[in-house]
Design a protein around this ligand. Structure first.
Ligand code: GLU
Length: 299
């Protein structure tokens, strides 16, 4: 385990819209955990899924973070400019023989796959070669039935059996874009990230990421999954649920509310203080313990 002075954390927003409260929670939680441990905090723009990105959203997110005093300790990296690094990783997986081309359409998978919760378990149709006359569309990584476990700093011992719960998963998509699971693993390693603090909506992705780290011989960071903010209907705050963009005025009271959401109990008078004083209190007193075993919290 890396010493505290080597702590390197990150916040990795997808620029699909402006920053909303749910993503501010991940930004503030990852920042506080890094700074409490005298570490570095990096911002990475995950603009890989270009069809889902909104023009101008990356700059807008960075401006909002800056209004809160949140600045990346190193230059911001953009996934859209890192295709070459993902190609290298894919080639390594190809050389290992752990990936194969897949020609299945979404519909074909939906028709034959087992559904586990929200996830479709890929039935392995193209595992032993694609049917003649079909063209390969995506690349999938072959999984096995070993359980992949990790000890999340808040959620405790988590594990997944990829074969029965996920199936062989996509690392390069049919549209030619690299999949999030591969890109995040390559980038966390390339940025020497030691601690990943992010929303619990990504808990179920973590075993896939650990699996790829092992295949690519990369270190596994320490994981901490924060509860996600949900509305009174239990829906995660997102662009789809019309979460309000964070405003750049009133940053002090918004930060105060974010700390309260993160169960930090800032003294009431801090709400009306300068934001610098709120940060000072929050960095010194960061204590994620009360969030233990909470995967969601109502706003
Ligand atoms: N880009 C992802 C998101 O905005 C976060 C990825 C991560 O933190 O690993 O949901």
């Amino acid at each position: 385990m890396p010493s505290q002075s080597q702590y390197r954390g990150r916040f990795a927003p997808s620029p699909t819209g402006p920053l909303h409260f749910g993503s501010l929670v991940a930004a503030v939680g990852s920042y506080l955990d890094a700074k409490h441990h005298h570490g570095k905090w990096l911002v990475r723009i995950e603009d890989l899924d270009t069809p889902r990105c909104m023009p101008g959203a990356a700059d807008d997110i960075l401006h909002t973070l800056a209004a809160f005093g949140l600045h990346s300790d190193e230059p911001v990296i953009y996934q859209s400019r890192r295709t070459a690094a993902y190609e290298v990783a894919l080639r390594k997986l190809q050389a290992l023989g752990t990936v194969y081309p897949c020609c299945c359409t979404r519909k074909e998978i939906a028709d034959s796959a087992l559904q586990l919760g929200d996830e479709l378990v890929y039935p392995g149709t193209c595992r032993n070669g694609i049917a003649s006359g079909k063209t390969a569309r995506a690349w999938r990584v072959r999984v096995n039935d070993a359980r992949i476990g990790f000890n999340d700093q808040l959620q405790g011992n988590m594990s997944q059996e990829l074969a029965s719960e996920v199936g062989d998963f996509v690392v390069k998509r049919a549209d030619g874009l690299f999949a999030y699971q591969l890109a995040v693993v390559v980038d966390d390693a390339c940025q020497d990230i030691t601690h990943v603090v992010r929303g619990a909506d990504l808990l179920a992705s973590t075993p896939r990421q650990i699996y790829l780290q092992r295949l690519l011989e990369l270190d596994t960071p320490v994981y901490m999954h924060l509860p996600v903010a949900v509305n009174t209907q239990g829906e995660k705050l997102s662009k789809q649920t019309l979460a309000q963009p964070i405003e750049r005025n009133n940053t002090a009271s918004t930060l105060f509310d974010t700390l309260a959401f993160l169960q930090q109990q800032p003294p009431a008078e801090l709400r009306y203080s300068a934001i610098e004083r709120i940060w000072m209190w929050a960095m010194a007193n960061w204590q994620p313990g009360p969030l233990r075993h909470r995967q969601q919290l109502m706003l």
